[in-house]
Design a protein around this ligand. Structure first.
Ligand code: URA
Length: 265
């Protein structure tokens, strides 16, 4: 659950009313939150709660939303699935607007997944030139030695080219398998699995625990929350430099402090 905000602030930020008008609307009993008539001073979550004025849902259309979902296993990272499987978007109750996932996690993988309607930020975070770090905890079958781990971390050839150097740390193991932490700076399709498979070690479990310097924290699989304004700012700063080919002076606006107001948390 994201931090709650004053209802009058939500209404004014969505453009439904000015701050003062919002107070009047609430006083007149014209605002409801999840069907209950709101009182002055009430707080709500614009993402999770149904806020209505005169029976009409308030949908913040111009705002940017940044949700962190702990993707559970058995969900697909797409907006729709032809096979009818549960998508990550099915898990978001009453989304404030159309959201989309930033990058992908496999059906059987779990962990950190950012959902947003900020196309510019999503594009930059997944653009290879920013080398956005993705941290995975990986359980593999078998016991690779230091030489194999070393070669993987320096980069190996896959069918789509050589992998970028990554960081690998052994966490714990048994006779049959090993848990490792890997930090990758690129996001190719099924990359972790393909890297280990290349050396003959199948991946048994895969969990993304951090992305772009933000970590999952205590969210359980299936739970989600809004990013805090400071977290959004951190993401924007990470990808603030110009992209190759971007004209001078024309930047994504990711550093525009005005954007902070738009954050739905
Ligand atoms: N690497 C994989 O193999 N799968 C994922 O879901 C993410 C990274």
């Amino acid at each position: 659950m994201s931090p709650l905000q004053r209802l009058s602030k939500i209404l004014s930020e969505t453009g439904a009313a000015s701050r003062r008008q919002a107070e009047s609307l609430i006083r007149e009993g014209r605002v409801t939150v999840n069907g209950r008539v709101a009182q002055i001073g009430d707080k709500a979550d614009p993402v999770q709660h149904h806020i209505k004025v005169d029976g009409r849902r308030v949908v913040p259309s111009s705002g940017k939303y940044y949700l962190l979902l702990n993707k559970p296993k058995g969900t697909v990272t797409t907006a729709e699935d032809p096979q009818g499987r549960t998508t990550v978007l099915d898990l978001i109750k009453a989304p404030p607007t159309r959201l989309f996932p930033v990058g992908r996690l496999d059906y059987d993988a779990e962990g950190f997944l950012l959902l947003t309607n900020d196309g510019e930020l999503a594009h930059r975070l997944t653009h290879p030139s920013f080398r956005t770090p993705r941290t995975y905890q990986v359980k593999i079958k078998g016991q690779p030695g230091p030489a194999e781990i070393g070669s993987l971390s320096r980069g190996i050839f896959l069918e789509d080219g050589r992998t970028a150097p990554c960081r690998i740390k052994v966490l714990r193991g048994t006779e049959d398998n090993l848990w490792l932490e890997m930090v990758l700076y690129e996001g190719r399709n099924r990359q972790v699995k393909r890297m280990w498979q290349k050396l003959g070690y199948p991946v048994l479990k895969l969990k993304r625990v951090a992305f772009a310097g933000l970590s999952m924290g205590r969210l359980r699989p299936g739970e989600y929350r809004n990013l805090r304004p400071g977290e959004v700012q951190k993401l924007k700063e990470l990808v603030a430099k110009k992209l190759p080919g971007e004209p001078p002076g024309e930047r994504s606006g990711t550093r525009n402090p005005g954007n902070r107001k738009e954050v739905g948390s």
